[in-house]
Design a protein around this ligand. Sequence first.
Ligand SMILES: [Zn+2]
Ligand SMILES: [Zn+2]
Length: 408
Amino acid sequence: MALAAVERQAGPGAIQRQATLQIKGVHDLVADTARDYYAILGVGREATAEEIKRAYRKLARELHPDVNPDVGAQERFKAVTAAYEVLSDPEKRRVVDLGGDPLSSGGGGAGNPFGGFGSFGDVFEAFFGGATPGGRGPRSRARQGADALLRMELSLAEAAFGVRRDIAVDTAVVCATCNGKGCAPGTSPQTCATCGGAGEIQSVQRSFLGQVLTTRPCTSCAGTGQQILTPCPTCGTEGRVRSRRTITVDVPAGIEDGMRIRLTGQAEVGPGGGPAGDLYIEVHETQHETFTRDGADLHCTVALPMTAAALGTDLVLTTLDGEEKLDIRPGTQAGNVITLRGKGVPRLRSSARGDLLVHVEVRTPTRLDETQERLLRELAELRNEEVAVGSVRGGLFSKMRDALGGNR
Ligand SMILES: [Zn+2]
Ligand SMILES: [Zn+2]
């Protein structure tokens, strides 16, 4: 199986960017004067969608021009309708809650702050609970399958050099009995008797708003315009069955923790034989006992006795490529970094490799016995270091006792 794509997971950065853009939009809106839509409807800012709808219905019954010919009432009816239009739409309500006014910047709101009667869909919805006028016709029985996400644990070496893994996937596949049609072999779906194949039912209702044509999806056929009279014996009418199968995943060399591999069309098929969703494999790299990874570079720490650092030595380090001789030069300092070029991790989709960086720590001996202490003191004397002298950022300082002595 070929890899369709390897992509970095949408991290906090992506979310941040999105949030920033939205906030910028809101600032544009804040420049206009914001109306208090909550006050217009007489509801609190924490009102539920149902409470907002109820408040609007109550006010509309009082203020509708058919009921209340007062000019002031008509103005209020427009304002109340605009407020309902805004607060019943979660996106617009969010803008209001952020201090903006979705009706006062651009679009249909400009020049006609209350949007006139252009957005009657919301008003119909409030009274009749149905869809807006103007249906979309029958919808297809077949629908896109959902995407799926699986985690895969990889060792550092597997992530570095790539690996081929078989994974078991429990997912929906097209029903072999009916080929996804959902009806018994030899039969076919019938035109829905309730809606005549339109997938929706229109009805005319009389109200104080006048005659209202509403359209709602047909419940007999779930809006598909077709009915299955003899369901498939294997899947019912779903057109798909659950199945466990094994797929082989080629993990590319250089993949990193948190990246996702997309296997196009390998997740579940949709109802009615709809196209399958994509399967994402999210890679999690287990911590290596020696190395930490930073992109294509690897880091590790080697602790040396003070004497080995001073005298130099050879070490054997087990890298991703096997054993490597590590040459510790005489006079190696704590904090020195030894770089093994090209011994890091291969870069994704490249033949280049990162480096392996060995950080040196020097261990100062503790709990010296008499002989060791005497030898160290002799060494200090030979090196003219018996009066302890250290250096701080290139300058010299001596022990406090000597400094005080010098001042007397
Ligand atoms: Zn129908
Ligand atoms: Zn079937």
